[in-house]
Design a protein around this ligand. Sequence first.
Ligand code: LLP
Length: 418
Amino acid sequence: GTPFVHYRGEELFVEEVRLADLARAHGTPLFVYSRAAMLSALAAYQRGFAGRKARIFYALKANSSLAILQVFARAGCGFDIVSGGELERVLAAGAKGSDIIFSGVGKTRREMQRALEAGIHCFNVESEAELEVLSEVAAGLGQKAPVSLRVNPDVNPLTHPYISTGLKGNKFGIAHKDALRAYRRAAALPGLRVVGIDCHIGSQITQVSPYLDALERVLDLVAAIEAEGIPISHIDFGGGLGIVYNSESPPAADVLWQRLLARLDARGYGDRQLMIEPGRSLVGNAGVCVAEVLYLKPGEQKNFCIIDAAMNDLPRPAMYEAFHQIVPLKQSATKPVTYDVVGPVCESGDWIGRDRKLAVQPGELLAVLSAGAYCMSMASNYNTRGRPAEVLVDGAQAHVIREREDVADQVRKEKLLP
Ligand code: LLP
């Protein structure tokens, strides 16, 4: 995926740091991230919109570890949050309220209030009912909440159904045909101030055309809304750009921007304030998960390679049948065997990779690649497994950014009966 995760001789490195050294020092499973890989992914977006009024709002659901948020905050990113918890994380990482936009179909009054107190840049509102509640909450604080409506452009993002969100018939956004009415309502409500429009059509999108289709539909709406005297100052394209897990060939972020900007210019919207909310494409290929081979279990139909990372650490294969490359930390010349790579959790769904050719022995180490996005942030404690430690590599330096969770951490809020 990136030049920042690479073999040097036979051994796998992240930047200048040998992964085997990190595994020895901090144990496994262990997430390791490259700071340079994140900044390089960010730079591709920034190159793409250079000279325009545009800003990136990192969708931290992809990876919300504080030090990672710090990396993006220091690089000038804003943040797309989806909960009060994410709001507190972003503020703790040093961002300001004005750097934050708030997406999500189910914001509570409490979350709205806290976000208004923090002075966030914009609420991405997903229903007419939410407009009413937000207006009430804002008016109660003597404020006018800045709002953008997430419209559902009804285009097919050509990705996995579980992560496609811009089609009719899913819970996200306001239907295209209802959007004008919703904008009229928003403009009339006392506690709201219309500032923009947004859409988000799905995730792991590997083609430009769905973005352009969505853009056309959104621009049609902008024209209609502004014709009614409601100015739209920003246009937000949502997130969703895919990464290479295996053999995909997604457009580079700067190429995506070129195509979007060309279309915006052609329709006379190129000088608007533009926003984008990428998650996966900023962090996905910046991270790996290092695991140790516990047992090899030959079988009649399948051989199993049982590792110490599991579906609680790396939930994407179990949830989406997602593919992650699995490679040895030390390349070997011995003949590979085909294994299903599985974890210790008591579920048949607990697999990390199927039919993988590996030359490994118990005690040796593997890296699950492309593990920077939607792995740690979706990790759980199922089977009372502590969530892994995380290390951020910066050149030859390695910073522990999260310690491994132990059982005491897990039971801290629990109470025994009297
Ligand atoms: N904006 C909104 C409103 C979103 O719902 C999402 C992701 C993003 C931005 C960021 O999308 P990205 O650039 O990361 O594709 N857990 C799934 C992915 C779920 C995506 C949810 N929404 C996975 O592991 O594939």
